[in-house]
Design a protein around this ligand. Structure first.
Ligand code: NAP
Length: 642
């Protein structure tokens, strides 16, 4: 882990530099060249990366062009090393904008420049840092924040509260930090967002060993953040929040906790931050006979490491993101594996999904000035808002059942061809694995060929008949066939629509979140809820990202907004802020209207984005750039301040 612009001195010889440059992403190297030489003329030169696409980091350049850039970079790095690592004056804002557009081979609109400048922090200034000028230390010390959850968002909040000098405690039900990366330890678990982007903007990790690292490495990253940012002592592990009640007269939350030994305690807080995530409470479907099974059965997020599946007959139910990752691993050891698929999944080809980061690449990230920053941009941009147009329903498009517009149809054909290539003339398998609903209705999965290779193994059977019941010995499908197994794994997802469940959160006038929300949770900007003053949700309702970005980017937006709210409370001497009902309702009118135009509302299949009545509740319909600008600071006119 390092500060964003922290760069190690170059001590290696020319031969090493030459070798390392063979591994460089060339568009990224070109950006570093501008910083190294102070000369931006290459932006007008003949070697130009093509439009950036996800999973490709060389801009489609020819081998000759790449060699020419490497030769220039070798000269520039040598000179930089030999002059003791000094850099010319930094590029101007206009030049940086030109660099952005040049690097990704398309015009980066003006509206995105401030967002990306902030994300990249090329000048070494973190504009999301908390600067609470004018708030006396004594005022800060009198304010107390309780954060629920020490996962990615909770750690982030703690880091910012620490910076702000506000007393806080983080309550964590597990005995380690990392949230979802703590809880999900199933074999094959790894991030499926590019890792050099899936990390805090202020704590890049040039040391990722894979482009999409495994769970242990990611959990370790978050653990390390708790230590490096000095917040670990403020986390109370093995402590679960049972309930929280707002006392309107005193302007305080009263939070009841229970530790692992069953001891209860009550804490008071001026503000309560929920950082519990959306995918936190495992869901096991209510299948007939569930309890009759005599062997071990467990959920993917509660992996039983004491159950050795080697040589066993195993059933995996569910083929979402978790099933998709664990099935190939279980198949390697099980004698027989039955994969129960209710609906097939779209998958995006990604050759680097399981690839290792070479030591040379790591070296480049650590030593070449601004390489890591621009590499982040190269990963961010193609997975950013550019995808949105392909997700908007074109009412004139004639094939609404299989795609929502022409671009979406092109994606569908591309993904279908990718699957066809892999299954050859096995038409029966192809019919089972190609979805009939449009791409992106469910969460897109990443694949490097592992899924279909696994399904074609001799010891694996893909079962698409409906599950009728679980029997003492196995799983019986509607066609009457019983498949006997030794263990059942439920990769059946989470109670995504039951936010903050099973906690009992009571706001003004005794209203509870459970009553207020049912299975249609709503929060203004996904963060604040009318009648629940000083309660702030992170990764709250309607903030899951399905079209773009990394959820860490979104959390950084939300935490900045929350810190702005807390600063406003303290600066104004207010006890409470409560989002105005009219503001909240108007936001939801826009939210629902936008979702009606998007692929996520498609009725062709189910997804955890929707609740039981088919309404999208968990997922954001917004462009990243809009959400970023709305959450830069709170508009106090949206709130009743008391
Ligand atoms: P999920 O996407 O909700 O998938 C649940 C699976 O269980 C689906 O295949 C579903 O079928 C099936 N299912 C549910 N009830 C069933 C029943 N009664 N009978 C048969 N099948 C049933 O859950 P998940 O795979 O745990 O993933 C949830 C989310 O977690 C992901 O979308 C992602 O956001 C996150 N995640 C991320 C990563 C990563 O980044 N590496 C990895 C894992 C999870 P249907 O499709 O027919 O509903």
């Amino acid at each position: 882990m390092s500060r964003p612009t922290e760069i190690l001195p170059i001590t290696e010889d020319d031969a090493f530099l030459e070798r390392a440059l063979q591994r460089a992403s060339i568009p990224t190297l070109m950006m570093s060249l501008v910083h190294l030489t102070g000369d931006a003329s290459l932006l007008d030169g003949p070697i130009r990366p093509g439009a950036a696409v996800m999973g490709e980091v060389d801009g489609g350049l020819t081998e000759d062009d790449k060699a020419a850039v490497r030769a220039q970079a070798l000269d520039a790095l040598r000179a930089y090393r030999d002059r003791g690592g000094t850099l010319p004056p930094p590029p101007s804002r206009d030049t940086i904008h030109r660099m952005m557009s040049f690097m990704v081979g398309q015009d980066v609109p003006d509206a995105y420049v401030p967002m990306m400048m902030e994300e990249l922090a090329l000048d070494g200034i973190d504009r999301r840092d908390v600067t609470w000028d004018g708030i006396a230390a004594q005022t800060r010390a009198g304010f107390h924040v309780v954060v629920i959850g020490a996962g990615m968002s909770g750690i982030l909040t703690a880091i910012k509260l620490e910076q702000a000098g506000v007393p806080y405690v983080v309550l964590e039900k597990n005995d380690g930090a990392g949230g979802t990366w703590y809880e999900n330890s199933y074999p094959g678990c790894r991030v499926d967002v590019a890792n050099h982007f899936y990390c805090y903007s202020f704590a890049p990790n040039p040391g990722w060993t894979e482009f999409f690292s495994r769970r242990d490495e990611i959990r370790d990253y978050f653990e390390r953040c708790t230590r490096d940012f000095g917040i670990r002592d403020r986390i109370r592990f093995r402590t679960e929040v049972v309930s929280a009640t707002w006392d309107d007269a005193r302007g305080r939350w009263s939070i009841r906790t229970r530790d692992a030994g069953g001891r209860e305690d009550t804490l008071e807080a001026s503000a309560l931050v929920s950082a519990v995530g959306q995918l936190n409470r495992p869901k096991i479907p209510d299948i007939a006979g569930l309890d009759s099974f005599t062997g071990p059965k467990f959920h993917s997020a509660r992996w039983r490491h004491d159950v050795d599946l080697t040589g066993k007959r195993v059933a995996v139910i569910g083929t979402g993101a978790s099933g998709f990752q664990l099935v190939p691993e279980v198949a390697k050891v099980a004698a027989r594996l039955f994969v129960f698929q209710r609906s097939p999944q779209w998958m995006s080809p990604n050759p680097r999904y399981h690839a290792k980061v070479s030591p040379e690449k790591t070296w480049l990230l650590q030593h070449v000035p601004f390489y890591g920053r621009w590499y982040r941009f190269l990963l961010f941009w193609p997975g950013s808002d550019g995808l949105m147009p392909s997700l908007v329903v074109d009412p004139k498009w004639p094939h609404q059942d299989r795609s929502v517009n022409e671009l979406n149809e092109m994606t569908r054909i591309y993904f279908t061809d990718y699957m066809k290539e892999q299954v050859g003339d096995d038409h029966e398998l192809l019919a089972k694995v190609v979805p009939t609903y449009p791409p992106f209705v469910k969460r897109m999965l990443q694949d490097n060929g592992t899924w279909l290779t696994t399904l074609q193994r001799d010891n694996v059977e893909l079962v698409t008949d409906r599950i009728a019941e679980i029997t003492p010995r196995g799983v019986r499908t509607a066609d009457g066939v019983e498949r006997e197994v030794d263990a059942i794994v439920f990769a059946t997802g989470f109670h995504a629509n039951r936010f903050l469940w099973p906690m009992e959160i009571t706001g003004r006038g005794g209203v509870t979140l459970r009553e207020r929300w049912g299975d249609a949770p709503q929060a203004y900007l996904g963060i604040t809820v009318p009648d629940f003053p000083n309660l702030f949700c992170l990764y709250g309702p309607g903030t899951n990202l399905a079209h773009a970005g990394s959820i860490i980017f979104h959390s950084e937006c939300q935490v900045r907004y929350v810190m702005g709210c807390l600063a406003a409370l303290l600066r104004g001497g207010h006890a409470a802020m409560d989002v105005k009902r009219a503001v909240h309702d108007a936001y939801y009118e826009r939210f629902d209207a936008r979702h009606r135009q998007l692929v996520f509302s498609h009725t062709g299949t189910t997804s955890w984005y929707k609740n039981a009545s088919g309404k999208v509740t968990t997922t954001s319909p917004w462009l990243l750039v809009d959400y970023w600008s709305w959450t830069r600071e709170p508009d106090l006119a949206d709130y009743e301040l008391r």
